[in-house]
Design a protein around this ligand. Structure first.
Ligand code: 2HA
Ligand code: ZN
Length: 274
């Protein structure tokens, strides 16, 4: 059996959480990541018959959402109440590897101080179910509190078309990186099944969903892709926050965006253009 601390997926979780902390997006216990793993890959590091303990489904309303689509699937997930800044230094306490079962989640590794998966597990699982329906290669759900994206929530209309369009105008590559745009939920109570259901519903159309005045959810095939989505939104939001109080002299025009879409061969939300 190989050493789990050398597993690429553990390293990716450590590197990504450290990076997000470094960028100031994940203060205190802010943010959470769940990453669907390949069972055969995990089996190189862990005895899959060895269940350390079974944890009832986390969240405020325990267990009353349907996760049957994920039965048997294995995820590595950040722990509830854990700080991103501490993950790389002590992955076995701050992360857990769990398998979804009928009576809860089976802990295969981690949370070694008696911990549990993120309180946002309902949202994560519902998003995984929604994204897997759209894309069988989907793997990662990431939640974070990126500073400028949040700041922009307070000063920009929270209309999906207008918000997406403003971001597309801020960096040339935005429309190529997130051509499907950004879904937006109004402020809602986090940690609940309700916000999970609402997020998953948005994830049918979007890989990025803003939780107004809270943060953002991203979904993707790989850790890099998912991080890159959020990073690109945050960069655009930063440019917006640096410029929105100044007279606007230049902008990227819709006709230029269409040229980019054509060059990179992506399909964009045409109804989000003016
Ligand atoms: O896990 O970010 O939304 C802490 C949070 C909750
Ligand atoms: Zn949050």
């Amino acid at each position: 059996m190989k050493d789990i601390l050398t597993a690429p997926f553990v390293k990716e979780m450590c590197d990504t959480t450290a990076n997000m902390y470094r960028l100031g997006w994940d203060e205190r216990n802010g943010g959470n990541i769940s990453y669907l793993l390949d069972e055969n890959e995990v089996a190189e590091y862990l005895d899959l018959n060895n269940v350390i303990r079974t944890i009832p489904l986390a969240g405020v309303n325990e267990g009353d959402f349907d996760v049957s689509a994920l039965f048997g699937k294995i995820f590595i997930v950040t722990g509830t109440g854990k700080y991103f800044k501490n993950v790389a230094g002590d992955p076995e306490t701050n992360l857990g590897i769990i398998r979804i079962a009928k009576n809860g989640v089976e802990l295969l590794w981690g949370y070694n101080d008696g911990g549990r998966p993120t309180s946002e597990l309902p949202s994560h699982f519902m998003c995984h179910i929604a994204r897997l329906k759209q894309d069988s290669e989907h793997r990662v759900v990431m939640h974070s509190h990126p500073t400028h994206t949040l700041a922009m929530n307070y000063v920009h209309e929270l209309d999906e078309k207008k918000f997406t369009h403003t971001l597309w105008e801020m960096c040339t590559e935005c429309i190529v990186v997130f051509p499907d745009g950004i879904g937006i939920l109004p402020w809602m109570l986090c940690g609940t099944n309700e916000i999970g259901e609402a997020t998953a519903k948005k994830m049918k159309d979007f890989r990025l969903v803003i939780w107004a005045m809270h943060g953002i959810y991203g979904a993707g095939k790989t850790m890099d892709e998912t991080f890159g989505l959020i990073e690109t939104v945050e960069k655009a939001a930063q440019i917006y926050m640096l410029t929105s109080h100044l007279p606007r002299i230049n902008t990227i025009k819709d006709e230029d965006m269409l040229k980019l879409v054509e060059l990179f061969g992506v399909k964009c939300r045409k109804d989000f253009l003016d």
